[in-house]
Design a protein around this ligand. Sequence first.
Ligand code: CTP
Length: 377
Amino acid sequence: VISEAADELSVDAYVIGGYVRDHILERGEPKDIDIVAVGSGIELAKKVSEKLPNKPKVQVFKNFGTAMLRADDHEIEFVGARKESYRKDSRKPIVEDGTLEDDQNRRDFTINALALKLNKDGFGDLLDPFNGYEDLNKKVIRTPLDPDITYSDDPLRMYRAIRFATQLNFIIEAESLKAIKRNRDRIKIISKERIVDELNKILLSEKPSKGFALLYKTGLLKKILPELTALQGIDEVEGQKHKDNFWHTLEVVDNISENTDDLWLRWAALLHDIGKAPTKKFHKKIGWTFHGHEFVGAKMVYKLFKRLRLPLNEKMKFVQKMVLLSSRPIAIADENVTDSAVRRLVFDAGDNIEDLMTLCEADITTKNPKRFKKYHN
Ligand code: CTP
C-alpha cells in the first residue's frame, strides 16, 4: 500500500531505522515502522490511509512535519527526508528538507541508518551508505559521522549506544567508546525520563551487567546513579577486606534476570546494596560491617526514584521492600528460584509496607533491635 501511494504521489519512500535493522537480524516483527518520504511525509500518510480498507485516522504533528497512523498491530510513522543541525544547549535540532542521504546522515548509528526502497521501481533495494549491513554482521555499534558530532548533537545517543550493545550483544567501536567518555558531561541537557527509558531497556536485556559495566567504564553511570558507583572498590584495614559491592551487584542482577522478566525485581536487584556505601564501617572486633544498610538503602530508594522521576507508587514500595530484605535477592540468585517463588518470599516476609516504612524512618537498628531482628530475619 505504501509503495502504491508513494508512486501515485511521485515521491520516493523508504522504510528506515529500527524496522530494517530488526528485520535483518530476524528479531521478530517490529511494531514500529518508520517511513521516510523524499517529499511530504504527511501527504504520504494521508494517501496511505485513503488506500487502507478501514481508513485509519492520521495523526499529524505539524511542528515536527511528521504523521502517524495505526494499521493492524503496527504504528507507522511518516517523515519527510530532512537535514538537521544542532545548537549547543538543546537536543532539539534545526530542521530543513533534505535528501535521503541527508536523512541517513542525521541518524545515530550505521545499523539504524539502513533504508529499504518501497517504490515499485527499485522495490527492496537496500540503501546503505555507511556499511551498516556489514556492521550488523560484525556486531558493531558505529556512528555514521564523526562520533564526537553524533554524541554531542544528541547526548542521549551515548545511552542508546550502550543500550543497543547490551540488547543485541554488540560491541561499541573503540573510537565511539572514546567519544562517549569525552562527551559524557553533555548528558546534562537530556531529561531524566529519557535516560531512565534507556536504563529500563538495559535492565530488561538478557545480560544487564554488560550495559551497566559499559555505563560504569564510560563514566555515564556516575552521572545518573552515583549511589551505585559509590559501591565500587575494596578497602583494606588490618589485612581485612570486604567484597566489591558494585561488581557483586551486577552479578546479582544477572542472576535475577535469569529467573524473572519483572522490571521492578530487576531494579530491586540493582539497588539491593545501595545502603552499603554510607553504612560501611570497620570495627576492630568484627571487621567490616554494613549494619543497618537495608533501612538506609530503602530510604535511598525513595529519594532515587523521586530524582529519576520514576513512579512513587506500589512499584517503588515493592523495590523498597526488596531492598529492606536485601539479603534475600542474593539467596534468591544463589538458589535459582522462580519468579513466583521470589514473590512468595517477599510477601511472606510481611505485607504491611506502612509498618516497614515506619521502621525505615526510625533508626530501628539502634532504637528497637527486637523489631529490627524480626524484620531482618
Ligand atoms: N534515532 C536517532 N537518534 C535518536 C533516536 C532515534 O538517530 N536519539 C533514529 C534511528 O535511526 C532509529 C530511529 O530514529 O533507528 C527510530 O528511533 P527509535 O524508535 O527510538 O529506535 P529504534 O531504532 O526503532 O529501536 P527501539 O524501538 O528498540 O528503540
